[in-house]
Design a protein around this ligand. Structure first.
Ligand code: SF4
Ligand code: SF4
Length: 290
């Protein structure tokens, strides 16, 4: 509800919060409670016996291995740049570690609630990983703060880009070569000396120029044809006022733009084809029940 567009749409409906948030299943509520419980532990005392880092490349390997051991599927690091920090927030760290967990794409075959429960399960898992990873870095003698759904001062998408996870797709989410956009993040900001990864491109944006599958399936017609370029990066701007009636202002979750993207086919070929057959049978568009 800190999003001013969402807040004003909710107020226009005469409500205090978005219907989607009050319609949570017990499992979804439990996952949300978990990241709220973890919020007080995102930062803490730093070990005064600092572990000297003579080889930042080795330390980077060590920190990535630790994140994987904690359950991350992909890990990347980069310098924390000003445009990655929320306006007005103070994050006095030099680097950011992104640790992401892949969602089980098979859930798309069980409907919107199953997809949402899976997303919330993964968000809670990411909160655990980020919390534990930040504690691990502080035990090495360096400041570190976890950022996750429970509390965060940083922006996920530019970090994903700079750590080399992939490219922005037409649907507004970042597409990874292996997982599509079906993954969720946790982050740690820190001063631990590490070596940053580089942005990595593998043709997503060129592919999007000739693909309209997310547009075709979006119930709110919120995904544009044309792109804009900001800071040298091509982006398609999702129309939030058209998206929110489907993704926030009704009970059922909407994640269709990500679920129908062909970049899911690599990790889940059979499920993707089955899901797209189902989409075709309903004429792609979700009925506009709101
Ligand atoms: S979440 Fe749904 S409504 Fe929003 S852009 Fe994606 S497909 Fe469209
Ligand atoms: S569905 Fe097609 S156009 Fe949309 S993000 Fe995926 S590849 Fe790009």
């Amino acid at each position: 509800m800190s999003d001013p567009v969402l807040a004003s749409m909710v107020r226009a409906m005469g409500l205090e919060t978005a219907p989607h948030y009050t319609a949570a299943t017990p499992n979804i509520q439990a996952y949300r409670n978990r990241w709220v419980e973890l919020a007080p532990f995102r930062d803490g005392p730093v070990n005064s016996q600092r572990h000297e880092v003579s080889d930042p490349a080795e330390m980077t390997k060590q920190i990535k291995a630790k994140a994987m051991e904690l359950g991350a599927a992909i890990v990347g690091v980069c310098r924390l740049r000003p445009h990655m920090i929320d306006l007005g927030a103070d994050v006095p760290h030099e680097f950011v570690i992104a640790a992401c967990v892949a969602e089980d794409y098979e859930k798309v075959l069980q409907g919107a609630n199953a997809v949402e429960e899976e997303a919330m399960r993964v968000y809670a898992n990411c909160a655990e990983i980020a919390t534990d990873l930040a504690a691990y870095v502080r035990a090495l003698g360096f400041p570190a703060r976890a950022h996750h759904n429970g509390a965060s001062e940083i922006q996920a998408i530019p970090i994903f880009y700079h750590v080399g996870f992939g490219e922005l797709g037409r649907h507004g989410s970042l597409i990874n070569e292996k997982y599509g956009a079906s993954f969720r993040p946790g982050f740690v900001t820190t001063d631990l000396p590490i070596v940053e990864d580089r942005p990595r491109e593998f043709g997503v944006q060129n592919f999007c120029m000739n693909c309209n599958i997310c547009q075709l399936n979006c119930p709110g017609d919120a995904i544009p044809q044309d792109y804009v370029v900001t800071h040298g990066v091509k982006r398609w701007l999702i129309d939030l006022e058209k998206c929110y009636p489907y993704s926030r202002l009704r009970d059922e979750y909407c994640h269709l733009c990500v679920d129908v993207c062909p970049y899911n086919v690599k990790s889940h070929p059979e499920s993707y084809r089955t899901f797209m057959k189902q989409r075709k049978q309903v004429g792609y568009k979700t009925p506009k029940s709101w």
